[in-house]
Ligand binder design. Structure first.
Ligand code: 3HC
Ligand code: NAI
Length: 700
């Protein structure tokens, strides 16, 4: 028997158990093992039925996604063996029962649907999450699922990829029975009940569809998964099941599957899937470095960030003390937290009971009482070095010796903050993104002396806080904001050159960004950058062009959304419309500064903004400020609204070809020599015909 699928007999029932940890993916060898086991069962007269079950923590989490990467690289073929196993399972003259725990996702559910019956424990989940990888079900799932669950349910599941709980799967016809107690025992009993019945085949059922349902799902996909092709392909494949015989429907599925698999979108999304898991692994910090348990937390500051961070801890069930300097600031912070929670209840995200429990975990206070018990203290006071250093000196005197001291600074030097303590190895940056309780990204900033255990604890904590933690180096702006600066600069330059903010933001929105860069700057507050700029003006080089338009808007009191006017004008519901003043100011300024007014094409807008990100990303990478280009991608996907289906800026560059990117950057250099210089790493990789991903092979 295959080493990945075991075979045993329990009375008249053959049990095939998949043993391919951690998630029993259908890697090469697994379909072969199923086929071998099935053959053995069919050849054994004593066997009356077959149970297919997953060993370990789950049934089958789907096809092996690494195989798709190999297909992308031209190193593997397709799904032949999985399809072969699926066909043989359904054709079996002896009933086959899928016994499901954990997840039956993707190819896992497709295998289960080829079985004649499905039973599951109540905690099990099923789903067709392929769209999250930029593909559609390729194991005939788009044809069997509608025949079991109905076309509308199936199209929704395939288009959006959300999992369905066992009870829901039972009520919609995917599941035949829920098993209480031991799954295998329940499945064996079920097998005996059906052993003398003619095995029912899902592929032989009839299915009907309503065109209006498919149309409304397409519309929903346009909104929820803007720019992606797989959701539409998935709906089309299910629709085919409603008008074609099973075999012909499978051909449609196969064609659509192939189109999606060979697209850059699936390359980007698969990169994002593995990337999120890769960034959690820190070279040099192995399993020998144990993360410390975080049972109690404390936060200093109850402003925008401090309040949000306190909510993050409370939401993860960790009690948190939140300290302010005045009762007024404390009350204000707490009122904002209550308002945010109330909104979540209104939107149905949290129950009232959940919120009350979370609120009980937050202790607002004006003193350091109880801080000596905290396992972690997160500082989120004003962005001012002297103040932060003073706070850290105070913490040094209060915190227990093994307390992680984290700063949420977005621009300041972590080493300088750490120097205010006698324990710099315990100091680290935890850069949350606003709103902290919503945004998934947590940049974890490693100082010169930060210990490996503090890093391991921070990475582990990020997961517990349901954040994506990415380790970055200590430089101005860290990874995300440092790259964001030239991206925003280009967007403002383009306006100064006479392109309306709607055009600039529109091109980047079309590219897939969640928001255009100018709207983001309006949201963050133009005054934030203005203040920083004033502080660092002495560092500006004479004769070099800097973005001026945002400064000019600030000088007129237009700070963006908070004043109702910035690059756009905002009404009371924060709906944006064009600000005619901006183009007039741009024209006046361009004339004065000798800037040529010229309409940029969509391509130019995208290239100048996105290549600015990539070029700075390459510098970060070479300086070691990010462990790999994949880390930069994960920062951008989770903190900056970069479209996941493009894989992140660095993967996007790889897919576009580094030669092309480099050539463009050189062209921009010729046009704007004081601003654009190709990053040496970009230059080198382009010359070698290499990619950022290949550079990552030695990540760290
Ligand atoms: N193929 C290959 N590796 C997989 C995998 C898969 N389908 N699913 C998970 N893994 C790997 C992860 O990369 C991770 O590896 P690592 O430890 O080396 O980083 C390991 O398994 C554990 O995964 P998680 O850390 O994600 O474990 P969780 O317990 O948090 O989650 C899960 C488990 C819910 C199964 C989650 O891993 C998941 O959603 N996996 C993807 C499921 C999926 O997309 N299935 C469809 C695949 S496409 C398909 O089936 C096409 C078909 O139509 C033919
Ligand atoms: P904020 O101005 O909203 O809040 C700061 C709070 O700290 C104020 O309520 C103030 O009363 C309090 N405070 C000041 N000194 C204190 C002390 N000694 N003890 C206790 N409380 C004290 O500022 P915001 O936006 O929350 O920023 C906080 C930090 O987070 C800054 O370092 C900022 O750079 C960083 N940050 C901000 C982001 C944002 O989008 N606002 C995003 C990521 C990081």
């Amino acid at each position: 028997m295959s080493r990945l699928v075991s075979y045993r007999k329990q009375g008249p029932v053959a049990v095939l158990a998949i043993e391919n940890p951690p998630v029993n993916a259908l890697s090469p060898g697994v379909p072969e093992g199923i086929l071998e086991g099935l053959k053995q069962a069919l050849g054994d007269e004593e066997v009356k039925a077959v149970v297919l079950i997953g060993g370990g923590r789950t049934f089958i989490a789907g096809a092996d996604i690494h195989e798709f990467e190999k297909i992308h690289a031209g190193e593997a073929r397709g799904l032949d063996m999985i399809l072969h196993a699926i066909t043989e399972l359904e054709q079996s003259p002896k009933p086959v029962i899928a016994a499901i725990h954990g997840t039956a996702f993707g190819g896992g559910l497709e295998v289960a649907m080829a079985c004649h019956y499905r039973v599951a424990v109540a905690s099990a989940q099923v789903g067709q999450p392929e769209v999250k990888l930029g593909i559609i079900p390729g194991g005939q799932g788009t044809q069997r699922l509608p025949r079991l669950a109905g076309a509308a349910k199936a199209a929704g599941m395939c288009a959006f990829g959300e999992p369905v709980k066992a009870a829901d799967a039972l009520s919609c016809g995917i599941m035949d029975r829920l098993i209480e107690g031991d799954l295998l025992a329940g499945a064996l009993a079920f097998a005996l009940e059906v052993s003398d019945k003619t095995p029912p085949k899902a592929s032989e059922r009839a299915v009907q569809g309503d065109p209006a349902v498919f149309a409304s799902l397409h519309a929903e996909a346009n909104k929820r998964l803007r720019g992606q092709m797989a959701p539409h392909a998935a709906i089309d494949a299910v629709e085919a099941a409603t008008r074609l015989p099973f075999r012909d429907g499978c051909k449609v599925e196969a064609q659509l599957f192939e189109n999606c698999l060979k697209s850059d979108q699936s390359k980007g999304l698969i990169h994002a899937f593995f990337g999120e898991r890769t960034v959690a692994k820190i070279p040099g910090i192995g399993k020998d470095v144990l993360p410390m348990p975080i049972r109690q937390a404390a936060v200093i500051g109850a402003g925008t960030m401090g309040g949000g961070i306190s909510m993050v801890y409370a939401n993860a069930g960790i009690p948190v003390r939140m300290k302010e300097t005045t009762q007024e600031a404390l009350d204000h912070g707490l009122a904002t937290i209550r308002k945010n929670y109330a909104n979540s209840v209104k939107r149905g995200r949290f129950s009232e009971e959940f919120v009350n429990e979370r609120l009980r975990l937050i202790t607002p206070q004006l003193s350091y009482d109880g801080f000596e018990q905290a396992d972690i203290i997160v500082e989120a006071v004003f962005e001012n070095m002297a103040l932060k250093q003073q706070v850290f000196t105070e913490l040094d005197g209060i915190a227990k010796p093994d307390c992680v001291l984290a700063s949420n600074t977005s621009t300041l030097d972590i080493d300088a903050i750490a120097a205010a303590t006698r324990r710099p190895e315990w100091v680290i940056g935890h850069h949350f993104f606003s709103p902290a309780n919503v945004m998934r990204l947590l940049e974890i900033v490693r100082g010169k002396q930060t210990s490996r255990q503090v890093i391991a604890t921070s990475m582990d904590l990020a997961r517990k806080l349901r954040k994506v933690g990415v380790l970055v180096g200590n430089c101005r702006g860290f990874a995300g904001n440092r790259m964001f600066a030239p991206y925003c600069r280009e967007s403002v330059f383009l306006v100064e050159e006479g392109n309306a903010p709607e055009r600039v933001d529109g091109a980047l929105y079309e590219f897939g960004m969640a928001m255009g860069p100018l709207a983001v700057q309006d949201l963050a507050g133009l005054d934030v950058g203005w203040r920083i700029r004033k502080e660092f003006r002495h560092l500006e080089k004479p004769g070099v062009r800097y973005a001026e338009l945002d400064t000019m808007l600030c000088e007129r009191g237009h700070y963006g959304q908070k004043t109702g006017r910035g690059f756009f004008v905002y009404d009371e519901s924060r709906k944006a419309s064009s600000n005619p003043e901006v183009m007039a100011l741009a024209k006046e300024y361009a004339a004065k500064a000798g800037i040529e007014q010229r309409a940029a094409s969509n391509d130019e807008i995208i290239e100048r903004c996105v290549y600015a990100l990539i070029n700075e990303g390459a510098r970060l990478l070479e300086e070691g400020m990010a462990l790999g280009s994949v880390d930069i991608d994960i920062v951008y996907l989770n903190g900056y609204g970069f479209p996941a289906w493009r894989g992140g800026p660095m993967k996007y560059a790889d897919l576009a070809g580094l030669k092309k990117v480099h050539n463009k950057v050189c062209e921009f250099q010729r046009r704007f020599p004081d601003i654009w210089q190709p990053a040496p790493l970009l230059e080198r990789l382009a010359e070698e015909g290499a990619t950022f991903s290949s550079y990552d092979k030695s990540r760290g």
